[in-house]
Design a protein around this ligand. Structure first.
Ligand code: 13P
Ligand code: SF4
Length: 351
C-alpha cells in the first residue's frame, strides 16, 4: 500500500457531515457546533480514504465517541469484533481498539493488512503474562486444558487450548469441565475469581488462575455501590466481569460490554449505572437517549490513545511501523485456539 493523501470535502459535504455526526449522537453527548465542524473535516476525509483503500474500521465500545459515530463500520465487544474481522471482505482493517484486538484480526485473516493507529495501545492484562509463563503453568498442571482471555498476546494465544471473552468465558469453561476436573484460566485474576464463584469451583485446585489485572476495572470500589443505590433509588447497577468479586456480589448484573448493552436495551429502570470504562456509558447514551445513566466509570489510557488524527495518518501512510504482523507459525497456532472459541461459544462441536 503506497502513501495517499485523503481528498478534501466541499463546504456542502462538510455541512452534511457535521449534521450526520450531530444526529448520530454527538450533539446528545454535548459536542458543540465548533467541535462538530472540526471533527467533520477529519471524519469526512477518513471515510473517503477508507473507501479508496477498501478498508473497514472496527471500533471497540470503549473508543472515543467521535470514532464510533464518525468512522467505525462495526462496533462491538471483543467477541463481535473478532467475528466480524474474520468475516469481512475488506482488503485492510484499521483497528480502533487495542493491540491484542488488532493481533486477533491479523491471526484470523493473515492475508489482510491490519493497521493499528496508536502503536502504544496495549492492555495491562495482555502485558501481565508471557508465553513462557503459560508453558510453566502447563508443565505444573499436566492434562488440564488452558483457557486464555482474549486480552493476551499472539504468543500467549499460541500456547493455549482455547480463547475466551467476557461474552462466553463461563459457557466455555462449563463445557471444559464437562470432560475435565481441572482448568487453567489466564491472565485476569478477578475474572478468574468470579468464574470460580459462578461455576462453584475451588480456586487453586479445580480452577488455576494467574495474577493479571485490568488497571481500569480493578480500581472500582465496592463500598460506593451502596451510596449510589441510596442516591438513585431504583438504579440498576451493571458491572464488567473484570471487576472484583466483592463488587460483583453487590450489583444487579455482571457480564461483558455486549451483555451490558443488551441488558440496558431489554429492561426498564429509572437509572442505569455501568461500572466499566467510560466509553460504554457514552455509547449507551447515544443508543438509548431516552434512558438515564449515572456514571461510575474510569478511562482506559490504552483505549483512549486512538484519535481521529491517528486514524487518518495510518490510512494516508500505512507504513510497516503501523502494520500489525504476527509470525506465521505463531499465528497458525493462535488461530486454532481462537477458532476453538468460536466452535465452543456457538456450540458447533461436541467435546
Ligand atoms: P469486552 O469484550 O467485554 O468488550 O471487554 C474487553 C475489555 O478490554 C474489557 O476491559
Ligand atoms: Fe485492557 Fe483494562 Fe483497558 Fe480493557 S480496560 S483494554 S482490560 S487495560
Amino acid at each position: 500500500m503506497r502513501a495517499l493523501r485523503a481528498p478534501m470535502p466541499s463546504a456542502a459535504q462538510l455541512e452534511a457531515e457535521q449534521d450526520r455526526l450531530s444526529c448520530g449522537g454527538l450533539a446528545d453527548l454535548g459536542f458543540c457546533a465548533k467541535d462538530l465542524a472540526q471533527l467533520a473535516a477529519l471524519t469526512w476525509r477518513i471515510n473517503a480514504l477508507k473507501a479508496l483503500r477498501k478498508a473497514v474500521i472496527p471500533g471497540h465500545v470503549y473508543q472515543r465517541p467521535e470514532i464510533l459515530v464518525g468512522v467505525a463500520d462495526f462496533i462491538g465487544d471483543s467477541y463481535k469484533l473478532a467475528k466480524l474481522c474474520a468475516e469481512t471482505k475488506a482488503a485492510a482493517i484499521v483497528f480502533c481498539g487495542v493491540r491484542f484486538m488488532a493481533e486477533t484480526a491479523k491471526i484470523l485473516s493473515p492475508e489482510k493488512t491490519v493497521l493499528l493507529p496508536a502503536a502504544g495501545a496495549g492492555c495491562s492484562l495482555s502485558e501481565s503474562i508471557t508465553a513462557a509463563d503459560v508453558r510453566r503453568l502447563k508443565a505444573a498442571h499436566p492434562g488440564a486444558p488452558v483457557a486464555a482471555y482474549i486480552n493476551t498476546s499472539a504468543e500467549v494465544k499460541a500456547e493455549v487450548d482455547v480463547i475466551v471473552t467476557s461474552a462466553n468465558a463461563e459457557r466455555i469453561l462449563r463445557r471444559l469441565y464437562a470432560k475435565q476436573p481441572k482448568v487453567v484460566f489466564v491472565p485476569d485474576e478477578m475474572m478468574g475469581r468470579n468464574l470460580a464463584a459462578s461455576l462453584g469451583k475451588k480456586l487453586g485446585e479445580e480452577l488455576v488462575i494467574w495474577k493479571g489485572s485490568c488497571i481500569v476495572h480493578d480500581k472500582f470500589d465496592a463500598f460506593s455501590i451502596a451510596l449510589y443505590r441510596k442516591a438513585y433509588p431504583g438504579v440498576r447497577i451493571l458491572a464488567h466481569t473484570e471487576c472484583s468479586p466483592a463488587l460483583v456480589a453487590l450489583v444487579d448484573f455482571v457480564g461483558g460490554t455486549g451483555d451490558m448493552m443488551a441488558y440496558v436495551e431489554k429492561t426498564r429502570a429509572p437509572y442505569y449505572m455501568l461500572v466499566t470504562e467510560c466509553g460504554l456509558g457514552e455509547l449507551a447514551r447515544t443508543r438509548f437517549p431516552e434512558k438515564n445513566f449515572v456514571f461510575m466509570c474510569r478511562l482506559c489510557p490504552y483505549m483512549k490513545m486512538t484519535d481521529l488524527r491517528a486514524v487518518l495518518r495510518v490510512l494516508e501512510d500505512p507504513s510497516p511501523s503501523v502494520r500489525v504482523e504476527v509470525p506465521a507459525e505463531t499465528a497458525a497456532r493462535a488461530k486454532a485456539a481462537v477458532r476453538r472459541m468460536f466452535e465452543l461459544a456457538e456450540d458447533t462441536v461436541k467435546l
